[in-house]
Design a protein around this ligand. Structure first.
Ligand code: IPD
Ligand code: CA
Ligand code: CA
Length: 261
């Protein structure tokens, strides 16, 4: 296995162990409100410190972009993109859906991605050109062709509510057509599930690079599409992500396009 992917896996597992040690002890945590409805606990910090020190031991020269501690170093060469605990609101409520997400970008291109669900001990991994695996088994995105019968994931806008009108229009269109809509509460894990074909498509507004980086590579490596609400492809730097199997991605874009100004 690629040594860089190995580092990401071991960092993700170590962070997952820290998270699991604190499950059930949540009332003892100090919780920081970063912005309205945006929380972080010491667990986010501890997990992030563990990931960064695992990476630094092997590659002290690599740059880091991590949710809690921000950017260190330039992104010209290797840059690790880290969400130490994706789904903090779930975690703080004891709602068992959260994960660790780590990606590595080289010269701006995603090369490796790891998403680890410590509750189920499921490990999703991906390297450019090598596909993606869950616990070593090859993943594929959905081959479903229409929204009828599709299970679509999403995230509700929670920080900036000014997008709510557009979001609700999108939501209505999807609810009317799809078989089901889910909002599990961990965007990175949602994207891993799209890669695994457990959900047929996904959309959310206002995500950050660390929510998306590992999952984006996984979906692409599993034959899926990732891009913007109008269906144009590419990493959604604006945080508004559309993803899915090819036909579902296109069907969602067809629904959303007329709603975009
Ligand atoms: C959040 C989760 C959630 C998504 C939010 C993210 P966090 O990440 O991924 O599902 O709806 O947009 O910010 O704050 O728990 O790492
Ligand atoms: Ca996150
Ligand atoms: Ca987080």
């Amino acid at each position: 296995m690629n040594p860089l992917l190995n580092i990401a896996i071991s960092a993700a597992r170590r962070a997952g162990d820290i998270i699991i040690r604190h499950v059930g002890r949540i009332d003892r945590l100090t919780i920081k409100v970063k912005e309205r409805n945006d929380f972080a606990s010491q667990v986010d910090r501890l997990a992030e410190d563990e990931i960064i020190s695992t990476i630094r031991k092997a590659h002290p020269d690599h740059a880091i972009l991590a949710e809690e501690s921000g950017a260190q170093g330039s992104d010209d060469e290797f840059q690790w993109i880290i969400d130490p605990l994706d789904g903090t609101t779930n975690f703080l409520h004891g709602f068992p859906v959260f994960c660790v997400s780590i990606a590595l970008r080289h010269r701006g291109r995603l090369e490796h991605g790891v998403i680890y669900d410590p509750m189920r001990q499921e490990l999703f991994t991906s390297s450019r050109g090598e596909g993606a695996q869950v616990d070593g088994r090859r993943m594929r995105v959905t081959s479903l062709k229409t929204l009828e019968g599709a299970l679509i994931g999403t995230g509700f806008p929670f920080r900036e509510k000014h997008n709510l009108d557009l979001y609700l229009q999108m939501f209505e269109a999807v609810v009317r057509k799809a078989a089901g809509v889910r909002r599990p509460g961990s965007a990175a894990l949602d994207l891993a599930y799209v890669a695994a074909g457990r959900m047929d498509g996904f959309w959310e507004m206002g995500l950050k690079p660390w929510d998306m980086a590992a999952g984006v590579l996984m979906i692409q490596e599993c034959g899926g599409l990732v891009g913007h609400f109008d269906g144009s492809p590419g990493f959604p730097d604006d945080g508004n992500i559309l993803a899915g199997g090819e036909k579902i991605y296109q069907a969602l874009a067809e629904e959303f396009k007329p709603m975009l100004g």
